[in-house]
Design a protein around this ligand. Structure first.
Ligand code: 5RP
Length: 228
């Protein structure tokens, strides 16, 4: 099986996994990226089982709507039982690096609201230590250089993502060569840099469930219990 087939299979599996949470009034959080796109396609087949979705990007909102799934503004939603999204890296503690697609801020907002965060990845995304993948940091445009200098002082190599503007009108610095021994501390330290909107470490709020697509089937890994 190639990587796309693994992504499609784990996405299909996720729709079966969330079946137990679906009610006619359920709103589902939906992530961004190619694995999330496979999830949307699979979700379209069970759209009669839930009410609608909250999207983590404009691209995801368009794809959901094209599938006939109503898209809600997060501000109009009281409860988000489940959020399903991909990742660029996942460790054994179900902490993640996300943001290759540039949707990290809206993804982190939805993850912060959802009771259950299910991350879906193919096996190439599993790592023992986060950081091989450059860490995306969303920055207010005028703070690009000042934040980049602080990231460099921390030992990282920030690279400005050329010709890219986030859905929030900001820019991205992709930070290479960071030593991520303490993901929660690093996440908070970078978020504390003035001008940073957020960074792609999902460590303070990791996934609750990690579904990993492998050639021999989907593996389920469980982390912290879902929120009450
Ligand atoms: C987008 C993300 C994606 O979840 C992440 O980049 C994984 O993408 P893909 O499923 O295409 O490999 O964080 O901001």
């Amino acid at each position: 099986m190639d990587q796309d087939q693994l992504k499609a299979e784990v996405a299909r599996y996720a729709t079966e996994y969330i079946d137990r949470y679906l009610r006619s009034d359920s709103i589902i959080g939906v992530g961004t990226g190619s694995t999330a796109n496979y999830f949307i396609d699979a979700l379209a087949k069970v759209k009669h089982k839930f009410d609608g979705a909250v999207a983590s990007s404009e691209a995801t909102a368009e794809r959901l709507q094209a599938c006939g799934i109503p898209v809600y503004d997060l501000n109009s939603v009281n409860e988000l039982e489940v959020y399903v999204d991909g990742a660029d890296e996942a460790n054994d503690a179900l902490q993640l690096i996300k943001g290759a697609g540039g949707a990290l801020t809206r993804e982190k907002i939805i993850a912060s609201v959802a009771r259950l965060f299910i991350c879906i990845v193919d096996e190439s995304k599993k790592v023992s230590t986060l950081g091989r993948f450059p860490l995306p940091v969303e920055v207010i445009p005028m703070a690009r250089s000042s934040v980049a200098r602080k990231l460099a002082a921390m030992g990282g190599q920030p690279v400005y993502r050329e010709n890219f503007v986030t859905d929030n009108g900001n820019v991205i610095l992709d930070v290479h060569d960071l030593q991520i021994d303490q993901p929660e501390t690093l996440e908070q330290d970078i978020n504390g840099m003035v001008g940073t909107v957020t960074n792609g470490l999902f460590a303070v709020r990791p996934a609750n469930v990690l579904l990993v697509g492998t050639p021999s089937g989907v593996e389920e890994k469980t982390g912290q219990p879902q929120r009450s």
